[in-house]
Design a protein around this ligand. Structure first.
Ligand code: NAP
Length: 346
């Protein structure tokens, strides 16, 4: 089968060649059904997350031994099942996430890890749902318990997790403020009905949000969703209300922010460190309920997945470049079929 291998640590955006840390194998062994409850899925689409990029660069918290097949969330069709599989049959449309291995034509997992994709949901879109929307749903609904009318401030709002947070915020009835850089991202966020968008290429988060809050007679931000960190996070903290929740999601800026404990004390802030993938080990039912709710929202059209870039496996370096160059609005996908005709580039 075809699979992308990371053979050494390095920059995956350079053209795939001898010098590249990634290589496409066309003869990788097909994974065997290895238990009674195992399921083999033919992957239709797999999403790129910032973490996949960091992992090949050697900058992610989980460092698998080399060589490895990167990849996390995916969708596909059940191709074969073990003798004890009761929940799925050949031909079912499924999605899931793995710690590694989805940048390949086939993957074998236990039936307990798979989710049925409801009728009417686009299968490629379902492959982008688990990590990005799963992270934001657990963060906003389970951890911060976002309420209707509360003010949600989303940094990196046009990125993978950011755009999902914006949409989940709207579903929860929050007043959503989105922060992004550049006219194209801003226009897209406005088209989603976001209450206010800060264009970082033209204005500062502090001034823009203060002006908006004043115009709505609002006193401050209740929930800060932060996948960016750095200076932007530091500025945004000045907008938080008494009793606010800070969701520490990631550090796309490359800088881990410092949250002063004395200010957290005086202002009664709750700081949530959130590592979504670890729920699979420590609290799997939260994660399972969350993904089932998200799939039902997707089927009902309450959320949608914007895929700004699609590539084939052999174009994986271009997919990583789209992430590195901050071109993505929503998600970038590796699609195992129709990639040449359906690919769109910004
Ligand atoms: N905690 C968890 O469980 C979890 C789960 C998923 C993701 N994450 C983390 O969340 C972060 C975002 O992931 P993602 O998949 O949403 O990434 P993404 O799609 O690439 O989005 C990142 C966004 O961050 C903004 N950004 C600001 N400074 C940046 C910089 N120096 N370089 C790149 N982007 C920058 C960009 O927006 P502008 O260009 O508009 O500024 C971009 O849209 C990553 O750190 C990732 O590891 C954490």
């Amino acid at each position: 089968m075809e699979a992308l291998l990371c053979t050494r640590i390095g920059d995956p955006t350079i053209p795939i060649s001898e010098a590249s840390p990634i290589a496409v194998s066309t003869s990788h062994p097909v994974p065997e059904i290895n238990s009674l409850t195992a399921v083999r899925v033919r992957i239709c689409a797999t999403s790129l997350n910032y973490a996949n990029y960091l992992q090949i660069l050697g900058k992610y918290q989980e460092k698998p031994p080399l060589p490895f097949i990167p990849g996390s969330d995916y969708s596909g069709i059940v191709e074969a099942v073990g003798g004890g599989v009761s929940r799925f049959k050949v031909g079912d449309r499924v999605c899931s996430f793995a710690s590694l291995g989805s940048f390949a034509e086939l993957i074998v997992v236990d039936q307990s890890e798979l989710f049925l994709v409801p009728d009417g949901c686009d299968l490629v879109a379902a492959g982008a749902l688990p990590v990005a929307f799963g992270t934001s749903h657990v963060a906003l609904v389970h951890r911060a318990q976002l309420k209707p009318g509360q003010v949600l401030l989303v940094l990196g709002a046009a990125g993978g997790v950011g755009l999902s947070a914006v949409q989940i915020g709207k579903v929860c009835g929050a007043v959503v403020i989105a922060v992004a850089r550049g006219a194209e991202k801003v226009e897209f966020l406005k088209s989603l009905g976001v209450d206010h968008v800060v264009n970082l290429s033209q204005e500062s988060v502090l001034e823009s949000v203060k002006k908006f809050l004043k115009s709505r007679n609002l006193k401050g931000v209740n929930v800060l969703y932060d996948p960016v960190g750095g200076k932007l996070m530091k500025e945004s903290m000045k907008l938080l209300k008494w009793g606010a929740h800070i969701l520490v999601i990631g550090f796309a800026s490359g800088e881990v922010p410092v949250i002063p404990a004395n200010i957290a004390l005086v202002k009664n802030w709750t700081i949530h460190g959130l590592y979504w993938g670890s729920y699979k080990i420590h609290s799997p039912s939260v994660l399972e309920d969350s993904l089932n709710e998200l799939l039902s929202w997707l089927a009902r059209g309450l959320i949608s997945i914007n895929i700004s870039h699609r590539y084939s496996l052999s174009e994986a370096n271009l997919a990583f470049s789209a992430i590195k160059e901050r071109k993505v609005i929503g998600k970038v996908m590796i699609v195992f079929e129709e990639t040449s005709t359906r690919r769109s580039k910004l």
